[in-house]
Design a protein around this ligand. Sequence first.
Ligand SMILES: [Zn+2]
Length: 155
Amino acid sequence: MATRKWQHPRADERVSAALRSKCGHLLATVVAALYAAALFVWPPAEVSCFPKCLFFTATNLYCPGCGGQRAVHALLHMHLRYALRCNLLTMSALPFLAVAYDRWTTRVWYSATPAPRRPDPKAIWSLLGFIILFWVLRNIGHFPFTMLAPASVPT
Ligand SMILES: [Zn+2]
């Protein structure tokens, strides 16, 4: 009869935390892939299963995310110009999200990169200010700010 070697509880906790991280990463990846597949198959402007913007519904003003689903749909179909016209902020964020996802994947599965540093508060406030500025500017109904509003659905 084999005897089980006693393990220090902290080692078990580390394994458990690593397993939770991998499961969380896998779940997020599957959900994002399914959402992207749905956006690829069904145009969000024509199908009612995608969430509508509550801010636009309530105020008739664009939020920073308005047009984001159409932008991703257009990007998945290689219509880059239309994707940029739908939501410039979403399209600008995608490369940064891709890099962050790559770093997360490497850290969770290979432990090759150190844990991320605490973000600089100035960077967070700058990003928040940029998003609010984009939010305000895209609701101004005069050129060139109309270029920031989501493009209408092409016919
Ligand atoms: Zn919106």
